[in-house]
Design a protein around this ligand. Structure first.
Ligand code: NAD
Length: 350
């Protein structure tokens, strides 16, 4: 098990350090090596995704990333911005499937803007296609037609692109509550009619998983009306971009949300959904749980170690039940802890 660790910028090094401690505590045979990505790489090597990092990421089975970015690099030319490093590694590794769980632990139900009874115990997984759709389709552009400017993009998916993301969703559902809801706009868009047809054609390979379909406008509504009806939702790049952000906000606690981006062989990049939080960087107060939960996803999806993944997730549930809270999820009456103390609590719970 070769893991490339990319702490990145801002709170990145603080939070990844805790996830690394948790992985080490499992006593598994794994090699972990660190490299630079983002602003720190620009400063040290003049490149947000330097060759040494590229090589290490290529050779690793999985990548654990903190976060990149910060105000000191905001005025850099585009090719020297930290986000370039992030886009670069995603493209280089061919990561086409983005998995974002939205889990709301009952102890944190008050953090949501929705009523606790609507969201307490929420556990959904959004599977978003990441490399196709209207974001990459050609032709695209802005040009003058009949004396006025027009803007246009192309929504396009091939059968093989739809099939491979559908399979990721069905496989993920098998590890969960065995329900997939495919989201499209087939009543208006031919591209998503094909999406629905292909997803239906993949379903017989997974007779143990229940498949339903929903139009994207209804899905957006159902996510805030009754989100607990969903298990796995699978959708294209643009709808997934919007729905995954909507779903993550149901939980109200950005410091708790992990993510995975996978290639065709389950090699993956695992990172928290939040950014580098420059406002609290270096203060030792950041919540490391999203990164620790990203490490659990790594064990589940890249290494097929479901039991070890659940050990970490159960340890996180336990520390929440014990009342440990970093500042971002703190409520009166709870025990306020910093980044490292939260790591200590997870280790103790393990
Ligand atoms: P952010 O997620 O970094 O921060 C938003 C707010 O949430 C801040 O108040 C921050 O303190 C808080 N927060 C975030 N993570 C937290 C944690 N683990 N514990 C406690 N509080 C936490 O978003 P932003 O402020 O919009 O962006 C800051 C920088 O991060 C920018 O440079 C941006 O480009 C970058 N960014 C990187 C990624 C990534 O690496 N994947 C994602 C988003 C933003």
């Amino acid at each position: 098990m070769k893991i490339c660790v990319l702490p990145g910028d801002g709170i990145g090094p603080e939070i990844t350090a805790q996830a690394v401690r948790v992985l080490q505590a499992l006593g598994l045979k794994m090699e972990m090596e660190e490299a630079l990505l983002g602003g720190c790489a620009v400063d040290a090597a003049g490149d947000p995704y330097p060759e040494a990092t590229r090589k290490l990421a290529q050779e690793a089975d999985a990548v654990l990333l903190g976060a990149v970015g910060g105000p000191q690099w905001d005025n850099n030319p585009r090719e020297l911005r930290p986000e370039r490093g992030l886009l670069g590694i995603r493209k280089h590794l061919g990561l086409f499937a983005n998995l974002r769980p939205a889990v709301l632990y009952p102890e944190l139900a008050n953090a949501s803007t929705l009523k606790p009874e609507v969201v307490a115990g929420l556990d959904i997984l959004i599977v978003r296609e990441l490399t196709g759709d209207i974001y990459f389709g050609q032709p695209r552009g802005i040009e003058v037609r009949n004396g006025e400017k027009v803007g246009f993009n192309t929504m396009i998916y091939s059968e093989s692109e739809i099939r491979r993301i559908a399979k990721v969703a069905f496989e993920a559902a098998r590890r969960r509550s065995k329900k997939v809801c495919s989201v499209d706009k087939m009543n208006v868009l031919e591209c998503t009619q094909l999406w629905r047809d292909v997803v239906i054609s993949v379903a017989p390979e997974y007779p143990d998983v229940e498949l339903t379909h929903m139009l994207v406008d209804n899905a957006a509504m159902q996510l805030v009306r009754n989100p607990k009806q969903f298990d796995v939702m699978v959708t294209g790049n643009m709808f997934g971009d919007i729905l995954s952000d909507e779903a993550s906000m149901l939980t109200g606690s950005i410091g708790m949300l992990p993510s995975a981006s996978l290639d065709a062989n389950n090699k993956g990049l695992y990172e928290p959904c939040h950014g580098s939080a420059p406002d609290i960087a270096g203060k030792g107060v950041a919540n490391p749980l999203a990164t620790i939960l990203s490490a659990a996803m790594m064990l589940r999806y890249t290494f097929s170690m479901e039991e070890a993944a659940q050990r970490i997730e159960n340890a996180v549930k336990k520390v929440l039940a014990q009342g440990y809270r970093t500042g971002d999820i703190f409520e009166p009456g709870m025990k306020k802890v910093g980044t490292r103390e939260m790591g200590d609590a997870v280790l103790a719970a393990l």
